[in-house]
Ligand binder design. Structure first.
Ligand SMILES: [Zn+2]
Length: 470
């Protein structure tokens, strides 16, 4: 006789999502995330990532600050994806260089609204300090060493436009930058990766830098710094150095925090990939995308409706193409959904499963770990379609005892061949009229060896010569 086991219910993976919901479009817009709570004495730091779309160190650092940090005193505002269309295209700027549009911008410029919106955030009276994160070429040095090391390079530097500005708090830009870099360098140890302070002396006639976000900010009375990690380093190393610098700016401002992971370069890729999941249609579908296939076919999307999705990671988005939907994480396309359209059932049904001999309630959008066998139990009027089930069936696998070898591995959701879709439908007289009710993923452990391979770091091929910098 089957019974519900207390610990089995606890083992169900449940995921909850914070409030932001999106609709897929061709041009996602940036998001603003506010962490911490302000008090009369506390300070607010604004961090901007992704002003140029081909600088993943900066925007992934800003994203991890959003998802992996808890601010315990003070406030941090984060825009991790300022130039989202360019991030997706892995382009410095699909409409030209966004960081040259802050002095003047034509009202017809496709980025006019974006620039107005970020300007209004920068000049918000709550903002005390602005950091604009970049990945810059080579290694900035005061003196010329060779083509990669010298005053013409930008990597591993904190940039100021001038020594100071006349404001009550944090106006000593040079002093603050030197203090922060000294603290960062004492942690780094190795002078090769040490940060320098670069003063562009913008007001003395640097016409290019006069068009930038930080120069706009300081002219609005907002202390602002550019922070550059070197493009000669891997993505995870850049993120590591960015977070080191960010944490030391927070300390300098009296902002305290808790971080969910140990800050080492080796840890960064793992933490970035762990965030790769997405919930669709009010969590009727949930996908862990750490090891997802690059295409999922016959994916049940709602007919005559926008594709609604929720993500924890602000760099994940869904882009509508002519007959498919691409899911991006930063500038990586991680999968493409080839849709099959259905009407959706109004309310997901109660279902249960017998998992390795233990009866469980299962809700839509969950991932059920199975060691050996499972059996689906659906209410009357519903069928369960196990995608890739290779025994004889009529698109209804409810009531059958199923094991991993019953699936054809090419239908798995993940590349490791261990996670499979179970789709639930409310049956109609005509099969074409069946309504999609929701999806559950069956995870036959263990795909971890494959995920470990994915985490092997790849040095970005993007070391192009852009000595013009930030
Ligand atoms: Zn840049």
């Amino acid at each position: 006789m089957l019974r519900y086991c207390f610990y089995c219910i606890l083992l169900l993976l449940l995921f909850s999502y914070s409030s932001i919901s999106f609709c897929a479009t061709g041009n996602p817009s940036f998001s603003l995330h506010k962490l911490g709570a302000s008090s009369p004495q506390s300070k607010t730091l604004l961090v901007i990532g992704g002003i140029q779309g081909d600088e993943p160190g900066g925007f992934h650092a800003a994203s991890l600050l959003t998802t992996q940090y808890t601010i315990t005193n003070g406030t941090v505002w984060i825009v991790p994806n300022l130039n989202f269309p360019s991030i997706i295209k892995r382009s410095r700027g699909v409409y030209g260089d966004l960081n040259r549009k802050f002095a003047t911008i034509n009202e017809n410029d496709p980025e006019y609204q974006l620039v107005e919106r970020i300007k209004s955030i920068i000049i918000n009276e709550d903002v005390d300090v602005v950091l604009n994160l970049h990945d810059g070429s080579g290694f900035y040095r005061e003196d010329y060493h060779d083509s990669e090391y010298g005053p013409h390079r930008w990597g591993q530097s904190v940039i100021i436009d001038q020594e100071n500005i006349n404001v009550n708090n944090f106006g000593d830009l040079g002093e603050i930058a030197r203090e922060v870099t000294a603290n960062v360098n004492s942690i780094i140890g190795d002078d090769h990766f040490a940060y320098r302070v670069k003063n562009t002396r913008t007001a003395e006639g640097d016409e290019e830098m006069a068009k930038t976000l930080t120069f706009f900010a300081i002219n609005q009375g907002k202390p602002a710094f550019g922070v550059e990690a070197s493009k000669n380093l891997s993505k995870s190393e850049r993120v590591f150095y960015h977070l080191l610098v960010l944490e030391n700016f927070m300390k300098r401002m009296g902002i305290t925090f808790h971080r969910n992971f140990e800050l080492t370069a080796a840890n960064i890729n793992k933490v970035i990939i762990e965030n790769r999941n997405i919930a669709l249609y009010d969590n009727r579908i949930f996908m862990d995308m750490q090891d997802i296939r690059n295409q999922l076919n016959f994916f049940p999307l709602e007919q005559n409706s926008n594709i609604d999705f929720w993500t924890k990671d602000p760099l994940i988005t869904v882009v509508e193409e002519s007959s498919s939907f691409d899911i991006y994480h930063g500038n990586e396309r991680i999968t493409t959904l080839i849709p099959q359209y259905f009407d959706y059932d109004t309310k997901p049904p109660q279902i249960s499963m017998e998992v390795d001999g233990c009866l469980k309630n299962v809700r839509m959008g969950s991932i059920v770990k199975v060691a050996n066998t499972f059996k689906i139990i659906t209410p009357n009027g519903y069928r369960a379609n196990a995608i890739g089930f290779s025994r004889q069936g009529e698109d209804n696998e409810a009531g059958l005892t199923i094991e991993k070898k019953d699936f054809s591995s090419r239908y798995s959701v993940n590349q490791g061949g261990s996670i499979f879709r179970i789709e639930f439908y409310k049956t109609a007289d005509q099969k074409n009229d069946d309504k999609f009710a929701g999806m559950v993923l069956i995870n036959f452990e263990d795909a971890s060896h494959h995920i470990a391979e994915l985490q092997a770091d790849v040095v970005s091929a993007n070391t192009s010569d852009d000595s013009q910098g930030r």
